[in-house]
Design a protein around this ligand. Structure first.
Ligand code: ZN
Length: 318
């Protein structure tokens, strides 16, 4: 990403350090997701379907039976690699709390402020299969599993993309203030709320609200499936654990905008306590502060552990 290169050259102090062992890739396969925005609305597969890996998964998806075990060992390894410090979008482990696993236990986002080589969105294949079956079960298997699979993949992608949007917003503030913002107050505010008052950790709730609304918009030409998925994603969010559960309060654009302004003003205040605190509506004055900062399309990937059982069924092409 050219913008990231310029920033790194001129403002190296805004970047953080995260050491990842050089050889971590030997335990995982990565497969590019060509364009998760493109094909979610097409329930019937067209020739030239842009995601051959998803096609290859379809057979597995059709044969799914609940519950699908997430390979906890692999997720634990990813948490050790990328999630030791709680950060927005970092991988977390699913808990045995009776709640469906939240998006960050099935997919994750690595920010460019910490990972110059590996930043981007990762969707774990086990996580995708798991959420597919959660959706299918919540929907009484009304539609073919393939359709739930596309919806699950889009939901996970959109949730993680929201973390990228907030990182982009913090980056714009760095451009004007010439000092760390994302790795400073924004990260601290996330961690403080997550640790001491999880329902106030709005970024995760906002990310779920964003994913909910984006999926609804994507399915606008398919009202039957859209309405079906509306009920399912709402149930998924409402039955999740905090802070993800609160996403249902941010499922409209207006509510989310309000919540985002509050989250950003509080994060900004944590970064710059010497500046006067304003009403959150101040963030409505600049249009879309949280628009994506660069081009993330080449950085969206499936990730699966090398010893995965799936590997025997899917013809992986590097
Ligand atoms: Zn998240």
């Amino acid at each position: 990403m050219i913008h990231e290169t310029i920033l790194r050259e001129q403002l190296p102090e805004v970047f953080g350090q995260c050491d990842v062992p050089e050889d971590w890739r030997t335990d995982f396969d990565l497969v590019a997701i060509p364009d998760p925005e493109q094909d979610v609305e097409s329930r019937t597969k067209e020739p030239g379907h842009p995601d051959p890996f998803f096609d290859a998964l379809s057979e597995t998806i059709s044969g799914l039976r609940y519950p699908v075990a997430i390979e906890q060992g692999a997720m634990a390894q990813l948490v050790t690699l990328f999630g030791r410090v709680p950060r927005p979008g970092a991988p977390i482990t699913a808990e045995n709390d009776g709640c469906p696993p939240p998006p960050d236990a099935l997919a994750f986002y690595l920010p460019f402020h910490y990972y110059p080589t590996w930043w981007g969105i990762y969707i774990t294949v086990d996580g995708l299969l798991h959420l597919t079956e959660v959706f299918s079960t919540m929907g009484n298997h009304t539609f073919p599993r393939h359709h739930y699979g596309l919806a699950a993949r889009f939901f996970l992608y959109a949730h993680e993309f929201y973390h990228y949007r907030i990182e982009s917003l913090a980056t714009r503030i760095e451009v004007t203030h010439r000092r760390p913002v994302y790795i400073d107050g924004f990260e601290r505010h996330y961690r403080n709320t997550l640790n001491y008052s999880p329902t106030e950790c709005l970024e995760e709730a906002l990310a779920n609200g964003y994913a909910y609304e984006r999926l609804q918009l994507k399915l606008k030409n398919d009202p039957a499936f859209r309405d079906h998925m509306q009920a399912i994603t709402l149930q998924y969010i409402k039955t999740s654990r905090p802070p993800y559960q609160r996403g249902h309060a941010f499922r409209t654009y207006a509510a989310r905008k309000k919540g985002e302004c509050l989250w950003v003003e509080d994060s900004h205040h944590e970064t710059f306590p010497q500046l006067k605190k304003l009403k959150p509506t101040i963030w409505e004055t600049g249009g879309s502060f949280s628009r994506g900062f660069g081009d993330i399309r080449s950085r969206i990937q499936y990730i699966l552990p090398r010893p995965s059982m799936l590997k025997h069924r899917i013809n992986l092409k590097p």
